[in-house]
Design a protein around this ligand. Structure first.
Ligand code: ASP
Length: 326
């Protein structure tokens, strides 16, 4: 099953401003890439036709439901999607769809299928091929590499290699042959589709000179939690404790404060430096080696089912391989 959600892959340049608009993807994809028929019996279905930045919890749940309902009709699912917010959808699906009996491969492209330089053709071919494999988890195929879906980050708005997986190796690679890592998830029970999201999460970047004002202002809002993106392994200033004091006030009000890193790879460790220990003693918890995208979607997912005060204990428990256990 080929589920289309929108994005550049299915767009056509529109005159005169050259903006890209959604096109009739379902009817044309097999005309543009007829070789897909050699790999599988493709059933295209247009679920949405949106820029990926317009997708959120409602779409994630509809998409998960469509995959779940296709369970007796197909051997694999490919989801075509925009690149910009693809990592959020991939993480959300990995949490909603547990114990997958077949592969669910998201893919996208930097240039539309109609463009002579398109990367969409190769990405679709690779995604369909790997959707026929035994890698039964939510993954992302892009530019020769298959990644665990909840581990990817969009790293470039320019390069064809738009995605990387900073803290987890690729599940497969297509070169002169297809190499499969053998590290994919193994189902532990019945295929399930359930869960909800609470989107009332604030993500705050901790820049030098931050006086904690933005964090304190969040006390007046209905956010259930804050993802605080801090330097290094999750450090807050110790000379001026305004940020730590604001964390303490937020946690004291029943909210969760999770610490992320501003670094492109590596993990949060709140035991390593005095600044991290101050964050921890103020009530914050680290996100381990999760990406910002996976951590924000996981916080929303956990808050969809559990009270904020109980989320901290669950944050580092892997749901679908999104975090390396401490
Ligand atoms: N803005 C587009 C989207 O994410 C970009 C893309 O498809 O790559 O939907």
């Amino acid at each position: 099953m080929l589920l289309h959600t929108g994005g550049t892959l299915g767009m056509r340049p529109r005159q005169p401003d050259q903006a890209l608009a959604p096109d009739e993807f379902g009817s044309t994809v097999l005309e543009y890439v007829p070789e897909l028929n050699e790999l599988a019996d493709i059933e295209p279905r247009v679920l949405f036709n949106l820029d990926s930045t317009d997708l959120g919890p409602v779409h994630w749940k509809a998409l998960a439901r469509a995959v779940f309902e296709a369970r007796d009709q197909c051997d694999g699912v490919v989801i075509s999607h925009g690149t910009d917010a693809l990592s959020y959808t991939a993480a959300a699906l990995s949490f909603l769809l547990r114990n997958l009996p077949f592969p669910v491969v998201l893919t996208a492209s930097q240039r539309p299928l109609a463009d002579i330089h398109t990367d969409g053709r190769a990405n679709l071919v690779g995604a369909v091929d790997l959707a026929c494999s035994n890698i039964r988890e939510v993954s992302v195929y892009f530019s020769g590499l298959l990644f665990r879906g909840n581990r990817v980050v969009k790293r470039s708005t320019f390069a064809f290699g738009a995605f990387h997986s900073p803290n987890f190796p690729p599940l497969a690679e297509i070169g002169t042959e297809i190499r499969i890592s053998g590290k994919s998830l193994v189902a532990q029970g019945e295929f399930e589709c359930s869960g909800d999201f609470d989107a009332r999460l604030a993500v705050v970047w901790l820049q030098p000179g931050n006086d904690g004002g933005v964090l304190r202002a969040l006390l007046e809002t209905d956010v259930f939690g804050v993802l605080l993106v801090a330097p290094g392994m999750g450090n807050v200033p110790v000379e001026d404790t305004a940020v730590a004091d604001a964390i303490r006030a937020l946690v004291g009000s029943g909210r969760i404060v999770a610490m992320a890193t501003q670094s492109a790879s590596g993990n949060v460790d709140l035991t390593r430096y005095v600044g991290g220990r101050l964050a921890a003693s103020s009530g914050a918890v680290g996100i381990g080696d999760m990406t910002l995208e996976a951590a924000s979607v996981k916080l929303m997912f956990l808050a969809g089912s559990f009270a904020p005060a109980t989320i901290a204990a669950r944050l580092l428990e892997p749901i679908a391989g999104e975090v390396t256990p401490p």
